[in-house]
Design a protein. Structure first.
Lengths: 302, 136
């Protein structure tokens, strides 16, 4: 049986669960936002025996998303007790002996770090834009002066302040943006690569699905294609780049990854970043690529 | 002093997508149309078929709205593709990294002192309370 670790509002899991139900493939969806509602027994004797919601044996795990349980009667200690539940969850995951996992949570969290993924991409042989992270204005000024550059968040660009929600996309940074009273907190500064188009590569095990987006066709999406919902189309990568994508996934000890690449006007492929638990349903809906089937085949060892 | 990165922050429309027509179903382990056992994503394919057949006429309002919502949700979630959906509480990754470190050094974790990463987490949370992302 397949164990899916997620929450009740993960529509990507809904999409796959629908296919699994129709194919009569057994699975158990563990919703972490409801973790406090499951029955569990952990016996530690000569070995650790875990039983959660009467399920004992799984052959594979799909680790999607985690959310702290919403403990309505314990709002004053919600975080503390919520984290106790998370420890239980990770004890459970670590104790399971499974044949296949997409992907090991330890590897996912490590690979979500953008500095680490840039280093790993370079190691496997990807071309990466010149990059700097610094709190020195002198170093940053030199970098910006040397070539057209962009600034982007070191992690998620989404946050709220008061009742307002904000997003930080990739933006061009110019010398006059940098003022004396600016505080340089961690951010990524990169050489701006002039794009022909952009590519999203979804890797499942050793199956590679590439799709192309003409981000340069719209002024608004020149620097960041997420600003508008542009249509993606299936794309064929050269063999050597396909090979690099698979190598990167393996090097990061993942079995899934959504990789963002640039195809430059000089005819080169540049690595931007990898999302170890990235979204892909919209690509399947746009292109018809059978990513869900590859995922199911991997998890059920078909 | 203000963080440079915040100069590039853009306010977004935080209006929640209306998902009131669907509900989580324990039996099928997915979201279904309220009052039915029809999986939400099935309403998309039936909508597509209806739309194609009727040439745009007679579309079902619930299904067409939902189609847009689910497609939008699975797309807009790319703005926050991290695995920890509780962005206000990135302690999970802290717990993991702390555990890794503990395994490596074989030292006991001191429960009284916060793990190194939680200092920056707390500061960040105090300054900019992040929204819990329920959509990815």
């Amino acid at each position: 049986m397949l164990l899916i670790i997620s929450h009740t509002e993960d529509y990507t899991v809904d999409y796959v669960a629908n296919i699994l139900n129709k194919s009569s493939l057994p699975f158990f969806r563990l919703n972490t936002d409801l973790l406090h509602e499951y029955d569990y027994v952990v016996e530690v004797n000569s070995r650790i025996h875990f039983e959660l919601s009467r399920h004992r044996e799984f052959q594979s795990i799909w680790f999607r998303r985690v959310k702290l349980p919403q403990l309505r009667d314990l709002t004053d200690v919600q975080n503390y007790i919520g984290l106790d539940y998370q420890s239980l969850l990770f004890g459970y995951i670590c104790s399971l002996q499974v044949e296949r996992i997409i992907s090991d949570p330890y590897s996912i969290y490590r690979a979500e770090n953008k500095i680490f993924q840039l280093k790993t991409a370079l190691n496997v042989g990807f071309k990466v834009p010149k990059t700097v992270l610094t709190n020195s204005k002198e170093v940053l000024r030199k970098f910006i002066d040397h070539q057209p550059s962009i600034i982007k968040p070191i992690r998620s660009g989404k946050f709220t302040h008061g009742n307002d929600s904000f997003l930080i996309y990739t933006n061009r940074i110019e010398a006059n943006h940098l003022l004396e009273d600016d505080l340089l907190t961690p951010a990524i500064y990169q050489q701006e690569i002039i794009k022909e188009y952009e590519i999203r590569v979804t890797v499942v095990g050793e199956k590679v699905f590439a799709s192309k987006v003409n981000s340069q066709s719209d002024e608004e999406t020149v620097l960041d294609w997420r600003r508008k919902h542009l249509k993606f189309e299936a794309y064929t990568l050269p063999f050597n780049i396909t090979d690099l994508c698979i190598k990167l996934i393996k090097e990061l000890q993942l079995s899934f990854g959504a990789i963002d690449l640039i195809y430059s006007t000089t005819g080169e492929y540049y690595f931007l970043e990898i999302n170890p638990n990235g979204q892909w349903v919209w690509i399947e809906l746009d292109t018809g690529q059978k990513i869900s089937q590859a995922l199911i085949n991997y998890l059920y060892n078909v | 002093m203000r963080p440079l990165i915040l100069k590039y922050a853009e306010q977004i429309d935080a209006e929640e997508l209306d998902m009131s027509s669907i509900i989580y179903d324990e039996e099928f382990q997915l979201s279904v149309i309220k009052g039915t056992k029809t999986p939400a994503f099935d309403s998309i394919s039936s909508f597509t078929k209806t739309f194609t057949k009727a040439d745009g006429e007679g579309t079902d309002d619930t299904a067409s709205g939902l189609q847009g919502h689910l497609h939008t949700i699975t797309y807009s979630a790319i703005n926050s593709e991290v695995s920890d959906s509780d962005e206000t509480r990135p302690e999970l990754s802290v717990v993991l990294f702390t555990k890794t470190q503990t395994f490596t050094t074989s030292e006991e974790t001191d429960e009284d002192s916060p793990p190194p990463m939680s200092l920056s987490t707390k500061t960040n949370t105090r300054d900019y309370k992040e929204e819990t992302d329920c959509t990815n």
